[in-house]
Design a protein. Structure first.
Length: 190
C-alpha cells in the first residue's frame, strides 16, 4: 500500500504513533480480502463491526463494495433514454504535480445519435490543502441524466455541475477509468 494514496501516518503530541486509512486504502484492503487475503478479511469484518457500532454501517458497506473496476458498461441511463457505451481517460501532457489535469470522456447513445461528454478534473486549493474538482456544462437534460448515472447526485450552479472527490470515486468504479484515476491521484504528491 502506498503512503498518501492508501494511508497517512504520524505521531500525536503525546508521542503515540497512528495510521489513518484513506477511502482508497479501505478499498484496497477490501480488494485484497475478496482476493483471499485472510488478514484483510479479518480487518474488513472488524471495520464493518466498528462502523455499525458508530451508526455508520451502511456507509461502510457502500465504501467496501465500491471497489475500483466493479461497474461495467454498457450502462443504461434511467430517465434520459441514453446508454453509456464507452469511457476513456487521459492525463494532460507532461502531467506532474498540482498542474496535472485528468480528462474523462464519456461516449453515450441517445435518440439514435452518438454524443460525448467531457469531465476535466484539476487540483484546486481548498482550506489547508488541495482537492479534486471539476465542472461540467449541462446543455440538455439527457447529458444531466448521463452524468447522474455515472457519479450520483451533484450540485448545479450557473448551468454547470460541480464535481468533487466523491464523484471521482464513483467514476473510478468503472474498470475503464480505475487505473487512470489512481495515477492522477498520485500526481498530487509529485
Amino acid at each position: 500500500m502506498a503512503e498518501g494514496l492508501h494511508f497517512t501516518g504520524g505521531r500525536t503530541p503525546g508521542g503515540r504513533y497512528y495510521i489513518r486509512l484513506t477511502y482508497d486504502g479501505i478499498r484496497e484492503v477490501a480488494r485484497r480480502a475478496s482476493a483471499g487475503d485472510v488478514a484483510a478479511k479479518i480487518f474488513v469484518e472488524r471495520f464493518k463491526k466498528e462502523a455499525s457500532a458508530l451508526g455508520a454501517g451502511e456507509a461502510a458497506e457502500r465504501l467496501i463494495n465500491s471497489v475500483p473496476g466493479a461497474r461495467r458498461l454498457p450502462l443504461t441511463v434511467e430517465g434520459g433514454g441514453a446508454v453509456v457505451k464507452a469511457l476513456s481517460a487521459e492525463l494532460s501532457e507532461g502531467c506532474k504535480g498540482l498542474d496535472c489535469r485528468l480528462k474523462i470522456t464519456v461516449e453515450y447513445e441517445a435518440g439514435g445519435r452518438t454524443n460525448r461528454l467531457s469531465i476535466v478534473y484539476r487540483w484546486e486549493k481548498s482550506g489547508g490543502g488541495y482537492a479534486a474538482r471539476a465542472e461540467v456544462r449541462l446543455g440538455d437534460p439527457v447529458k444531466a441524466a448521463v452524468l447522474k448515472a455515472l457519479v450520483g447526485e451533484y450540485a448545479v450552479s450557473a448551468g454547470k455541475a460541480k464535481l468533487f472527490m466523491r464523484h471521482l470515486e464513483k467514476l473510478s468504479e468503472f474498470a475503464e477509468l480505475a487505473e487512470a484515476v489512481g495515477k492522477w491521484l498520485r500526481t498530487k504528491a509529485e
